[in-house]
Each structure stands twice: as C-alpha cells, then as structure tokens.
Design a protein around this ligand. Sequence first.
Ligand SMILES: NC(=O)c1ccc[n+]([C@@H]2O[C@H](COP(=O)([O-])OP(=O)(O)OC[C@H]3O[C@@H](n4cnc5c(N)ncnc54)[C@H](O)[C@@H]3O)[C@@H](O)[C@H]2O)c1
Length: 332
Amino acid sequence: MKNIAVAGFGFMGMTHTLNILKNKELKLKAIIDPDLHLLEKNLNAETGNFSTGNISPEELAELNKYSSLDECLESEDLDAVHLCVHTNLHYDLTRKALLKDKHVLLEKPFCLDIDKGQELIELAEKRGKVLMIGHVLRFMSPYVQLKKWIESEEFGKLRFLSMHRYSGIPTWGQWIDKNISTSSGGALFDLVIHDIDFASWVLGQPSVIKCNYLPGKMSNHDYVSAMWNYDGSNVNVKIEGGNTFHGKFSFQAGYMAQFEKASVHYTSLKGDTIQVSDEKSIKEISAGDPGTSYYNEIDYFAGCMKNGNRPELCLPGSSLDTIKLCYRHIME
Ligand SMILES: NC(=O)c1ccc[n+]([C@@H]2O[C@H](COP(=O)([O-])OP(=O)(O)OC[C@H]3O[C@@H](n4cnc5c(N)ncnc54)[C@H](O)[C@@H]3O)[C@@H](O)[C@H]2O)c1
C-alpha cells in the first residue's frame, strides 16, 4: 500500500478522501488544512456544486491532522500527496512535495503560469515521480464512452461535438474570498477547462478558435461560447459554459455528438443514460456510473505509482497544453 495525505479539506479534499478510503492500494495517513477547527463542521456542511458523499466523524477522527504541508512532510512517511487546494497554491505545494520526493496528484487547473507548470513537469521527471493533474472527465464513464465511439467510428465519423457546463457561482469554502476566486482564472480556467481538456485530448488542438465571452464575478471570461475548427477536417466543436448563474442553479454538464450515422446526447441531469438517435429510432443506453469518476482517477494514479508508470492517460504535459489552449480562447 502507498501512504498518501490529502492537502485542502474542502469540497474536493473531502471528495477525494472518501475515494482514497475505498481504495485498497492506498493508505490515507493524514489530512492537511490550516482551518483544522472547521474540519468537523465541513463534514456536515453542504459543499460543492454537486453531492459526492459523506465521510463519517469516526473516519475523520482516525486520521492525523496537520495545518501545513511542511509539517506533514516532516512528520509522516508518505509516498504521495493529493493536493486539493485552490489554484493560487498549486505551484508552491506541488514543488514542495516533489522536492521531498513525493508523487503528486494535483487538482485541475494545473498552473496558470506556463513557465512554472513546465518547471514542475521537469522537476517530477528529474525526481522520477508521478505528477498527474485531476482532469476527471478522462475517467468519467459517459465521456469515456464518447471517446470510444469517436475512435471506433461505430456510428461513422464525428462531424460535430457540442459540450456544455453550467454552474452557479461557487459559494462554498474559500470561494467566497475574492482573492481566491479571482486567482482561479475564472470559469474559463476553472470550469470550462474540463470540456476544453476533454475535447482537445480526444480530437487534438484546434486550428482556429472563435470565442465570445462575458464577464462575471471572478473574471472577464466567466461565460464562454467557443467554436473550434480543424484544418483538413470537417469536425467542428462547440464549447459553452460558465458560472454566471445564480448560486442555487443546478450544476449541469453534457454533450451532443453528431456522427455520420447517429446523434448522441448526454446530460448530467439524467446522469445514468445516453440517448442515441438515428433516422429510425431513439435508444437510451447506460452511461455507466459517472459518480465513480473520482474513484477511477485516484485508482489510476495509485496504479501508476505501484507499477512505476507514467500517467499516460493524463500526462502533465497534456494538462499544461490545456492551460495554453484556455489562453487561446481569450487571445485569438
Ligand atoms: N475536479 C473537479 O470536479 C473539481 C470540482 C471543484 C473544485 N475543483 C478544484 O479543486 C480545488 C479546490 O476547490 P474546492 O472547491 O475544493 O475549494 P474549497 O474552498 O472547498 O477547499 C479548499 C480547502 O483548502 C484549504 N487550504 C487553504 N490553504 C491551504 C494550505 N496551504 N494547505 C492545505 N490546505 C489549504 C482551505 O482551508 C479549504 O478547506 C481548486 O483547484 C478547484 O479548481 C475541482
């Protein structure tokens, strides 16, 4: 078993803690959060824009707790850290962990500063450590299924892919701190990045991006509507999303993919099915269990550590390319 600690016990920290506790390859040794006094309170609070389950106070009581990563790295015999802190801390904490020869699973977005992201990739390589960024759609069943259809051409070639993701403005945890929320890069880098990452992972970097965007409370691009085109291909991609909606607006994400022989549609509002339509019929097929995506992600990371493999399904270089691609939406 590999010893791991979770840094940042907010929405994502709790989500990942739950999944680490389920994993037989991982031993959760500690959690790190400067707001230790809030931990018990956080357990009962509604946090995040969708439900990911609950940790019991008994499970929490068994874990060692630290208020800083430094303290934890000094005291615990760790193989890895899972960093679930806000974007403004991604570089510093990843660097600290790698310098102490720990494998790192870091929440998205990687690093908004491209040079610093590159430095972390090189540091991980030099130290021989797994560095993976948590782009969870790569591990989410309805999206994994879509990738398979695109690659297998079961419904013919893909012609048009439309992906969307809407959320209310985050109101939990540290998101209410203006400095934290604005340093996230706004919805483009924090929310819409999920779809930008997935589409470019499967289809490659677009040749041309036409993007309209609107300001919100976090940035000038808290709503994004973009069309991508590829030279030498008929595929068009639409990416739309944002967090300019009211706090209680139901989180929703999904896709519509138009293939030569069928149209497929998925929405998280009806998370367990994908609709496949052609000229003659509409079928509802199982979307698998999208709720297991965070487990799949951590399980894949655990497997890479165990077998000494690079995280080929989600290499940090590809996550840095995704950040560069996000910038193209507001620069082209
Ligand atoms: N993959 C996803 O689906 C998804 C969803 C939401 C958020 N995220 C990402 O997760 C990250 C955190 O978001 P969140 O919604 O969980 O935030 P949050 O505000 O709920 O939690 C952040 C936690 O980090 C703690 N923290 C602050 N400084 C720290 C430090 N130096 N060391 C350790 N802990 C520290 C805070 O006290 C807080 O408990 C962000 O990068 C966000 O983009 C990913």
